[in-house]
Design a protein around this ligand. Structure first.
Ligand code: ADE
Length: 237
């Protein structure tokens, strides 16, 4: 069984339309949708925004459904200047940019108790996501539609919506991340502790600067729908 976690309804909406034999369960206020996508077993949930909700949802999903792997899907702000809105980023690893015990001599971002700053994703799942974007792009090209840019790299998560040049530069300089969001690295940490393979795929909704206030509400749905199309190929490819 594959677990899918999104932070917001708009990120799961289109994926849920692909689910068959859906059964819902509410645990700690989170709705878990169990069913099949392309004939394969899946469980999907909207966790809510931020690392705490994401961690709660991930731990609950693991204990209740025992997924073989968990994929975090949704939108992100671009940190890398080459990224454009609706481009796809598949994470190689994830950091928590707001974890800071530097006052005690610990490197910035270090998650005490794990010895990790960056949690690496499961390569085979990330490769499959990457190949699914390729397959989607072939379909889109055949239909004369615009293809999606595809990047692999680091994603930075934190309990902040990044919307200034200063915040963006700080995260880029400290961690060299390509994109930022608010859940992925906490899902990674919970999966790591539980020995569950995980991957994170995000589509760019904004450029994590002063334009994000306008761009995020405007482009989130279009970006989220791109990730849903990748997920369709992931399950059917
Ligand atoms: N998710 C999408 N855009 C974001 C941003 N600019 N900051 C944090 N999370 C995001």
């Amino acid at each position: 069984m594959i677990g899918i976690i999104c932070a917001m309804d708009v990120e799961l909406e289109k994926i849920l339309t692909m689910m068959e034999n859906e059964q819902g369960d509410i645990i700690s206020g989170i709705v878990f949708h169990k069913g099949t996508i392309g004939g394969k077993e899946a469980v999907c949930a909207v966790c809510g925004v931020g690392k705490v909700f994401a961690a709660m949802c991930t731990q609950t999903m693991i204990l209740k459904y025992s997924p073989d792997c968990i994929i975090n899907v949704g939108v992100a702000g671009a940190l890398d200047k080459h990224l454009q809105i609706t481009d796809i980023v598949v994470a190689d690893d994830l950091v928590q940019h707001d974890m800071d015990v530097t006052a005690l001599g610990v490197p910035r971002g270090m998650i005490l108790g794990t010895d990790y700053i960056a949690f690496p994703t499961e390569k085979s799942v990330s490769d499959r996501l990457f190949n699914s974007v390729d397959a989607l792009n072939k379909d889109r090209a055949q239909k004369g539609e615009k293809t999606l840019g595809i990047f692999r790299g680091r994603i930075a998560s934190g309990d902040q919506f990044i919307a200034t040049k200063e915040q963006k530069e700080d995260i880029t300089d400290a961690f060299g991340a390509a994109a930022c969001e608010m859940e992925g690295a906490s899902i990674a940490q919970v999966c790591y502790v539980n020995h569950i393979p995980y991957a994170v795929m995000r589509a760019i909704s904004d450029t994590a600067d002063e334009s994000s206030e306008v761009d995020f509400p405007e482009f989130s749905k279009a970006a989220a729908d791109c990730t849903a199309e990748v997920i369709r190929h992931f399950f059917t490819g």
